[in-house]
Design a protein around this ligand. Structure first.
Ligand code: ADP
Length: 332
């Protein structure tokens, strides 16, 4: 379990403050929104609960926000849990047996649901039956409980890790993509307004460029820039404040952090540019394989700095160019 530090807690509070609560505040992902609206309107028209939904995409792209917006639109309550919290069948049974009609159960990090536990979800999702086994060995008995209509919305960064049977029980699956820079700019402008920050258009542009096309990163960097301005008794956040903040955070012109650069440099210097296997890379960086695959690589691939091949990871030509200039000049 992650330790919650103060700044971590601050970031969580900030996330709640900035989380869109209306559809028109949810920027971008137009196709996903249009499809969701259709599902919601159809369900409402039939006076039914909405289909089970699966959202997948990188962390911070807005999966949780979207789940809460669906709940709001359907006018129903949302219960929230996460894959790691559903370790035993009893954990799922306890939640489902308390679920109220039409409620939504939001399961974050769904790829981390224990595989044994998953099996209790199948009949619950398909035919609203909760099968419970009481006792052990020959005296064990199975009870079946009827559940009210309900909806599961699951979110995951790794849809390939969900088992086939679980995946097939969702009525619709939506992939959230990285955002366009203009969308990130809109998100930053909205967040600045909520937080009462004066952000110049130039500062917005720079912040958007280094936000890894991800709303959560954009909001986090905005907050760091606000801290910088506050401590230095500056009224506005202009380009200079943003550059100084990024320098302190060691974030470069593409939004890479120290760990990203370390990963690329390791491939280039230690492994001659690759290909290098994921496990070898993990051991060399002293980093968990899952973190490399889930957190670091998707963005590096998106910006064309890294390639995944069957033989292993390869640093793309752009990585040499980027790190070459980044090493000689100042970072931002
Ligand atoms: P995920 O569940 O995918 O990790 P979240 O839904 O928790 O991401 O989003 C992280 C933060 O980013 C939210 O608190 C919200 O402030 C912001 N955010 C995400 N998506 C959007 C969006 N489409 N429009 C505006 N803000 C967004």
């Amino acid at each position: 379990m992650k330790k919650i530090t103060n700044s971590n807690k601050d970031d969580q509070n900030l996330e709640l403050t900035l989380r869109p609560t209306k559809w028109n505040e949810y920027v971008g992902q137009e196709n996903v929104k249009a499809n969701l609206r259709l599902i919601i309107d159809a369900a409402k028209g039939r006076n039914e609960n909405c289909d089970h939904l699966l959202f997948y995409g990188q962390a911070g792209l807005g999966k949780t926000t979207l789940a809460y917006l669906v709940g709001k639109e359907m006018g129903v309550n949302i219960r929230s849990t996460s894959g790691p919290a559903l370790e035993r069948a009893g954990d799922v049974a306890a939640i489902l047996s308390n679920i109220e009609p039409n409620e939504i159960l939001f399961i974050d990090e769904a790829h981390r649901i224990n595989k044994m536990t998953e099996e209790i979800l199948y009949p619950a999702m398909e035919s609203r039956k909760l099968h419970l086994i009481v006792g052990k060995g020959p005296s064990a008995r199975t009870f079946s409980l009827d559940l009210p209509p309900f909806t599961i919305i699951a979110a995951t960064t790794r849809t390939n890790l969900l088992s086939g049977p679980l995946r097939s029980r969702f009525g619709a699956t939506f992939r959230l993509d990285y955002y366009q820079n203009e969308d990130i700019e809109k998100i930053l402008e909205r967040s600045a307004k909520i937080l009462g920050i004066e952000l110049t258009p130039e500062a917005t542009t720079v912040l958007a460029k280094v936000s890894r096309f991800t709303p959560r990163v954009a909001n986090r960097l905005l907050k760091r820039a606000r801290d910088f301005a506050q401590v230095n008794k500056l009224k506005n956040i202009d380009e200079k404040v943003v550059h100084e903040t990024l320098k302190l955070l060691k974030i470069d012109s593409l939004g890479l952090e120290e760990t990203d650069r370390q990963l690329l440099l390791t491939i280039i210097k230690k492994f001659n540019g690759g290909p290098v296997g994921l496990k070898t890379l993990g051991a060399s960086l002293n980093e968990e394989v899952g973190t490399i695959e889930e957190v670091l690589e998707p963005f590096l691939m998106k910006v064309g700095l890294l390639n995944r091949t069957p033989a292993g990871r390869i640093a793309a030509p752009l990585a040499y160019k980027h790190l070459g200039t980044a090493e000689k000049r100042s970072l931002v």
